[in-house]
Structures are given as structure tokens and as C-alpha cells.
Design a protein around this ligand. Sequence first.
Ligand SMILES: NC(=O)c1ccc[n+]([C@@H]2O[C@H](COP(=O)([O-])OP(=O)(O)OC[C@H]3O[C@@H](n4cnc5c(N)ncnc54)[C@H](O)[C@@H]3O)[C@@H](O)[C@H]2O)c1
Length: 236
Amino acid sequence: MENIFSGRTFAVTGGFAGIGLAVVQSLIRLGAKVHAIDIAPSAPAELENHSSVFCTPNGNVSDIAVCKAFVDSIPGDIHGLVNCAGVSPFEDKLASYDLYRQIMEINVTGTWAMATEVIRRMLEQEQLQCAAGCGIFTTAEKSLGQGSIINVSSGGGFRGIPTKAVYCASMTNTTLLNNVAQGEEAREKFINTAKGRIPMGRLAEPTDIADCIVFLLSDAASFITGQVLPVNGGTD
Ligand SMILES: NC(=O)c1ccc[n+]([C@@H]2O[C@H](COP(=O)([O-])OP(=O)(O)OC[C@H]3O[C@@H](n4cnc5c(N)ncnc54)[C@H](O)[C@@H]3O)[C@@H](O)[C@H]2O)c1
């Protein structure tokens, strides 16, 4: 596994905490260069001064211009994008319009905007490769398998979660009426309920998810595309 990503460059959103941070750390350990963007004002200590990590703090992915500037700032080819930036606030019984908009703009618009800018770059990369000569292949044929985009979703995209109706909708198209519990009490209740439903009896660590993302970005997953891969400890 050592250096399997040597010479490759990846973009990671939400790279300063949680799953995104675990992804950044795994990728650099495996030899990649990583450009990480996050709305947080500063990068965590473990990323600062690392020669293979380039951090963009104060970067709001729900702003399309920010996504474009971030992608434009990455030199050379981009081999993959991991969209980890996301929010899942408790929404009470009915989310306000402002909260609805905030969740949708980050989880949906942000994911779409960053992917669109990266795909634009990947298409340019392909044209350059073809201009250098791609034998008998047409541009369309050559375009297969030129880069990876991984969007981190949620089990909430498959089933409802009490107090997270808009969040669930932002992770796919399902919605559900919210429960009433709020605040710390709701958080604890939520975590205990979630744990009880997971056959492996524990919540995921960020590295559990990062390991799967590393696999999907690697050559070992070169014939996997357009799939949803649940990493959920066996939850139905
Ligand atoms: N942790 C879980 O158990 C879990 C489960 C299912 C799905 N998810 C989803 O996975 C994704 C990552 O989750 P996590 O647990 O790592 O969350 P996290 O809160 O630990 O990290 C998210 C990161 O995204 C950044 N961020 C938030 N809004 C942003 C914005 N507008 N622009 C740029 N960066 C922004 C945050 O600053 C943070 O660094 C989220 O979409 C989350 O909903 C997480």
C-alpha cells in the first residue's frame, strides 16, 4: 500500500475535521498531494506545515465562485475529489426556511459545485492528453476512467432520521416528519438509538469511512463507478 498515490493529486472538501481530515491523512500517508478546503478559519495542527498538504481555510463550498477559485488554484492534473464537507444540524419539528437553505446549499449545492469544477478540469486534462496523441481512441473512449469523484453521503439518504428531515432530503430524496426532542438530550438519544441499530455495536470512526474512500480512489477500484457503497457496520 505504501506510496500507491505517489504522483497523484486529490482535492478534499471539509478536510479539516472528521471524515475529511481522516481522508487527507490517509492520502498523504500513501504518497498523494492533497488540496483541502474547509470553512474553518484555520487548518488543524496535524496538517499545518505538511509539505504534501495545501490548505484553503475560510472556504465555503456553497459559494460556487469559491469552488471555482479553489479548483483553479490546484496546479497540474487532479486525479480525484472527495466531497466530505457537510452539515447535519438538529432541525426541531419543522426546520426554518433559513436552516433548510443552509443545509441544502452546503450538502447539495456545495457537492454539485465542487464536482462540476473538478469535472471541468478533468475534461481539460483529457483533451490535453488526446492532443498529445491517443492512438486509435476517440475522445469519448479515452474519457473512461480518468478520475474519481467520491461524495460522502449518509444512511439518512435511505431512511428517515428523527429531527433531520431536511438533512435526509439533502442526502437523497427521502423526507420524514421530525421528532420533538432537542439539544443535548436529543443528541444523546440520537446516538444511543443509532448504536442500538448497528449490528457491530459501535458508531463508525472517521478512519472506517476514510479506508473505504482510499479503496475507491485506488486502482483496485478501477472498474467501480456510479455505485453507492454503504459503510455502516451492517445496518440495514
Ligand atoms: N460522522 C458520521 O457518523 C456521519 C454519518 C453519515 C454521514 N456523514 C456525513 O459525512 C460528511 C462528513 O461528516 P463528518 O462527521 O466528518 O462531519 P464533521 O462535522 O466532523 O466535518 C465536516 C467538515 O466540513 C466542514 N464544513 C462544514 N460546512 C462547510 C462549508 N460550507 N464549506 C466547507 N467546509 C464546510 C466543517 O468545518 C468540518 O471541518 C457530512 O456530510 C456528514 O453528514 C457523517
